[in-house]
Design a protein around this ligand. Structure first.
Ligand code: SAH
Length: 350
């Protein structure tokens, strides 16, 4: 089988050149073609000899993603892509414009196995964990398509990044490499549903990325109801891991809290949350839940969201309500991918 050359770090690519009897410096040239010029074919690499290009083609694949659908929000220009990988799996990625730069929401798996009750990505389980090349290509393809640069990345598409740990670490290192796209680690956010052991591993990586933790509840009783992963990863231990991460990396942890009417949005819930987060270097992102028609969840009213925010901030917990982008194009949380797959299934059956 051919090796996936876009998933190799520069160091690994240098070692590969040794294996195929080429000079080490060739690795730098190839790496640049892949990660700066976004070549999808060895024949594009015009500063390499014809011989070397043929040899590369024999030994390696350039793995990418293929755009199958693109939706542009009329409200705010948010662009959602459906990409196909390996002629088989569908993933979604979102390109968003913020005042500080363009942000790409990247998927780390096709589907997800974490089972959160409010999330459409998990409904069909996990189909595939993506390679570094497949994660990088979501950004590269969007940049080519938009003719604009992406300066920030959030790992908040489908999948649980810490359930695809090694590939995600490599993705971050390649994205951050100065010979590649050279994206600042501080511009990369990894969002997890809270796999505690892996969070400790992550703290040991000595990265300067932002860690976002999907909390969505002030206690285990509520969390167990909406996030099955919580049973093996209870809240006191989870918050301990967050404190450890913040102290070790000196980076503020972000908590994601989706407000669901009647489930986790009472004044009492807000007070309990505030008391648990007291003293931690953190920030709470409040997100009115996106209705998922497969589930019976309804978003909290604007007044409730405001009340929740005020209780947190008045108790010294930094909180903001996240601006919602692209609501007219199902930009949220696996809904477009699911709809597309449902349509494909229906047309297969015909
Ligand atoms: N698996 C990771 C990252 C992917 S989900 C995680 O759980 O963090 C990215 C964020 O979207 C998470 O905070 C997730 O809980 C949230 N999310 C999923 N479905 C949602 C919905 N219907 N409304 C609001 N947020 C949702």
């Amino acid at each position: 089988m051919k090796k996936d050359i876009k998933s190799l770090t520069l160091k690994e690519l240098q070692d590969e050149m040794g294996l195929i009897g080429e000079a080490k410096f060739r690795a730098g040239q190839i790496y640049r073609w892949l990660h700066v010029k976004y070549a999808d074919d060895f024949s594009d690499m015009t500063d390499l000899s014809e011989n070397l290009r043929v040899k590369l083609k024999e030994n390696y694949d350039i793995v990418g993603v293929r755009q199958v659908k693109k939706l542009v929000s009329k409200e705010d220009n948010t662009t959602k892509y459906l990409f196909e990988i390996e002629n088989n799996y569908i993933i979604e990625s979102v390109f968003m414009r913020y005042s500080y730069g363009n942000t790409m929401c990247v998927s780390t798996q096709a589907g997800c196995r974490m089972g959160c009750a409010f999330c459409a990505s998990t409904i069909g389980g996990v189909e595939k964990s993506l390679s570094p090349s497949e994660m990088l290509s979501q950004i590269y393809e969007a940049e080519k398509d938009m003719g604009e640069k992406v300066s920030h990345v959030v790992l908040m598409g489908s999948g649980e990044p810490l359930d695809n740990y090694d590939n995600v670490m490599k993705f971050i290192r390649i994205l951050n490499s100065k010979e590649g796209k050279n994206m600042s680690q501080r511009h990369i956010t990894l969002s997890t549903c809270g796999l505690i052991n892996k969070m400790y591993d992550l703290a040991d990586e000595d990265l300067q990325i932002t860690l976002a933790v999907s909390l969505h509840a002030p206690n285990d009783a509520i969390r167990n109801e909406i996030m099955p992963v919580s049973k093996a990863n209870p809240m006191d231990k989870l918050l301990e891991a967050c404190r450890f991460y913040a102290e070790k990396t000196k980076r503020r942890v972000t908590f994601e809290y989706s407000l669901i009417k009647g489930v986790n949005d009472s004044a009492q819930n807000a007070k309990e949350l505030a008391s648990k987060l007291k003293g931690m270097l953190c920030h709470v992102n409040l997100i009115p839940v996106n209705d998922v028609k497969e589930r019976n969840f309804v978003r909290s009213s604007n007044e409730t969201v405001k009340m929740f925010e005020e209780i947190l901030t008045s108790r010294g917990i930094e909180a903001t309500v996240r601006r919602k982008l692209g609501s007219d194009i199902d930009a949220a949380c696996g809904q477009l991918r699911k709809r597309y797959k449902d349509e494909m299934m229906r047309s297969d059956r015909k």
